[in-house]
Design a protein around this ligand. Structure first.
Ligand SMILES: Nc1ncnc2c1ncn2[C@@H]1O[C@H](COP(=O)(O)OP(=O)(O)O)[C@@H](O)[C@H]1O
Ligand SMILES: [Mg+2]
Length: 359
């Protein structure tokens, strides 16, 4: 072009419009005025983008998102499709398992009648639990307290059964749990049954460190619906089906001649519990062993009575009956061996003689 102007073609893709520039200025632009910054075409495009962002209009066809199904469709029949199908099935199975576990947590198990043999005081235990009380089973070692607590948990359809076996080293951590350095919560024996409902057996409670028992009792005394803050910071409401049971060898008033190292439970601790005497049940003990071991069950019961009469520290409990019975069924041990290995267990001669004097 003459008269001092030159014509160029707009380089915007799809435009190609001619535009003129004075020759003396040289070529400063590659695009027509509409496609230069601030030009009409540029502003119109910006406006379209803004509208599309808010309404989705005018953006044309959005490519469909890539999904497992779309990949599977493309890879139809190939090993990739097969691997995808397997992965999908695995994910579905995991989701179903998680849903089932959640449902199981929420719903208590259906109630069942107690299985097997039961202690004479078992119906009393069930009554206390059904009444929402917290029974303390008090009786000598081997009288079947731990066994009965689990049996009762099943019989009332408790969702869980947790046992904390106490001793002088038991601390509140064992009851309530703790949080690790990495922030992970390790629950104690009370967390699950307190939150979701269930039986918590505080076994050998009279051997528990008194401070730990006091802290636990603060929670055990809470009414359903009360809230306790566990060490993970979670505020948990006491579930209406939370059923604590305690067991011990003494009445909670301190050590006696047979059970040393037992703590006198604080009055406020004791006041939380109802009391069920859980002595040896001789009929149950005989029923636990087969006919060929009946003579042994009777022998054990005779020696137990003698030991009590002699105020001997030796504990002759149904575990003696069960272990002797196992040797009888095995058929190899002599009668003396059964006495020595299952009953006397190395007791000094004078203790044996004192007991035998009362037979
Ligand atoms: N009802 C029962 N039926 C069968 N075995 C029982 C029964 N009660 C107790 N036992 C058995 O007797 C033994 C002592 O019972 P356990 O509950 O441990 O006593 P405790 O807790 O009073 O010391 C265990 O071997 C237990 O399995
Ligand atoms: Mg026990």
């Amino acid at each position: 072009m003459s008269n001092g102007m030159r014509t160029f073609t707009c380089e915007e893709e799809g435009c190609g419009a001619p535009f003129v520039v004075p020759v003396h200025r040289g070529r400063r632009h590659h695009k027509c005025e509409a496609h230069r910054p601030g030009g009409t075409a540029v502003r119109a495009r910006r406006e379209r983008i803004r509208t599309a962002k808010t309404t989705g209009a005018g953006v044309g066809t959005i490519p469909a998102p890539v999904t497992v199904e779309s990949v599977a469709a493309k890879a139809d029949g190939s090993p990739v499709a097969q691997a995808l199908a397997e992965a999908q099935a695995h994910v579905a199975a995991l989701a179903a398992a998680v849903a089932e576990a959640e449902a199981a947590k929420a719903a208590p198990a259906p109630a069942a009648t107690p299985e097997g043999l039961t202690h004479y005081a078992f119906p009393k235990l069930l009554r206390h639990l059904r009444a929402g009380l917290q029974p303390y089973l008090c009786g000598p070692s081997g009288s079947g307290k731990t066994y009965a607590a689990e049996q009762a948990a099943k019989a009332i359809g408790a969702r869980t059964f947790d046992v904390l076996s106490c001793n002088a080293g038991t601390s509140e951590i064992d009851f309530f749990g703790y949080t690790t350095a990495t922030g992970e919560y390790v629950p104690g024996a009370l967390y699950e049954p307190f939150k979701f409902g269930g039986v918590a057996l505080i076994d050998e409670m009279d051997a528990c460190d008194a401070n730990a028992a006091l802290k636990a009792n603060a929670v055990l005394a809470m009414a359903p619906g009360s809230v306790y803050r566990f060490p993970n910071g979670e505020r948990v409401e006491r579930h209406p089906d939370f059923r604590p049971i305690a067991a011990g060898n003494t009445t909670g008033h301190g050590a006696d001649s047979n059970y040393s190292g037992r703590e006198a439970l604080d009055a406020s601790s004791l006041s939380r519990w109802t009391f069920i005497a859980w002595d040896y049940d001789e009929d149950l003990e005989r029923a636990m062993v087969p006919p060929e071991a009946q003579w042994w069950a009777e022998r054990v019961q005779t020696l137990r009575k003698a030991a009590r009469a002699a105020s001997s520290p030796i504990v002759i409990c149904p575990r003696v009956t069960l272990s002797g019975s196992a040797l009888i069924v095995d058929g190899e041990a002599t009668v003396d061996e059964i006495h020595d290995e299952c009953l006397w267990k190395g007791a000094p001669e004078d203790i044996r003689n004192t007991v035998l004097a009362y037979v």
